[in-house]
Design a binder for this molecule. Structure first.
Ligand code: ADP
Length: 286
């Protein structure tokens, strides 16, 4: 499975330029973390990939063929978990998945449903009504419907929002297993999710790709730009972005990202979060 985004732009009818000349090539197997602040253009990109929108410029190719609106070619290849996903509370998990399988035109729904339920570890709840499920279990139903028919390409839009840490870890492991033989695009605000499972990261900001590469490369890009200092040492300086402020018995310890670290800061190893914040803070400063 290969996805090629060629010079894609998206301007909404009101004139808002949400994406500007995006160029990106993605190949399976890979789990790609899509990061960016609110309003960066992530959802717009996902809507283009699921053909809910058509680009106003450029083109998207799937396995060498241009993507067209409502294309059957993609429908069979794509599993999508949107951010706002309506479940039917009065249906059981199996009934709901049966309904989704019918919408997707899956030819052998019984087997496909069993597989999807097993993949998300919901066998025990297969006959339970959706309204009786916990938040995490409901999200698992959402992922199960995306997995129906075993599509080689999965798009998951903020799938771990609202989950507790234990459930998030469960999900990360599930995504990681899911991506063993697929292309999975995971949009999230949660850096830890990306750090623990993604082999590639794409950062979008103001409608443009600001970074595409491995998590290690992103971390490397912030080397020498992360420091720590005690707050009492701080002199007000422009271009400093405090990313953490911890009260300790010895005073307030701050973590900072900056193009040029002040002399009173002691350099520290960047985390993925530092590197992401450094990248975004530079964009804001420009
Ligand atoms: P993200 O998912 O990263 O938060 P979006 O793709 O939703 O970002 O939005 C990108 C930009 O496009 C934002 O400035 C947003 O306000 C704008 N936008 C999104 N949808 C529409 C729309 N239907 N009409 C006009 N502008 C839109």
């Amino acid at each position: 499975m290969e996805l090629s985004i060629q010079n894609v732009s998206m301007t909404y009818p009101n004139g808002k330029e949400a994406l500007k000349n995006l160029i990106l090539d993605l190949k399976s197997p890979s789990l790609i973390g899509l990061l960016g602040p609110n309003g960066a253009g992530k959802s717009t990109l996902m809507k283009l990939l699921v053909t809910a929108l058509l680009p106003t410029g450029g083109s998207i190719q799937v396995d060498g063929a241009p993507l067209k609106k409502g294309a059957r070619q993609l429908k069979a290849k794509l599993g999508y978990l949107p951010q706002e996903f309506g479940l039917f509370d009065e249906l059981t998990v199996t009934q709901f998945l049966d309904y989704m399988a019918a919408l997707k035109g899956i030819s052998n729904p019984k087997v496909a449903i069993q597989k999807a339920i097993r993949a998300v570890n919901l066998e025990e709840k297969a006959k339970s009504k959706i309204r009786t499920l916990s938040g995490g279990q409901r999200q698992r139903v959402g992922i199960a419907q995306a997995l129906l028919g075993n599509p080689p390409f999965l798009i998951l839009d903020e799938p771990t929002v609202g989950l507790d840490p234990e459930e998030r870890i469960h999900f990360r492991n599930l995504f990681s297993r899911t991506a063993e033989n697929r292309l999975v695009l995971l949009s999230t605000h949660i850096i830890e999710d990306v750090q623990s499972v993604c082999d590639q990261i794409v950062v979008i900001h103001h409608g443009k790709i600001r970074f595409a590469g491995t998590p290690e490369q992103l971390i490397q890009s912030a080397a020498g730009h992360v420091g720590v200092f005690w707050e009492k040492d701080q002199v007000q300086e422009k271009g400093l972005h405090i990313t953490a402020r911890v009260n300790t018995s010895q005073g307030i310890r701050c973590r900072v990202v900056a193009d040029k670290l002040p002399a009173y800061a002691q350099a520290d190893e960047p985390s993925l979060e530092d590197a992401y914040l450094y990248l975004i803070s530079r964009e804001v400063a420009q």
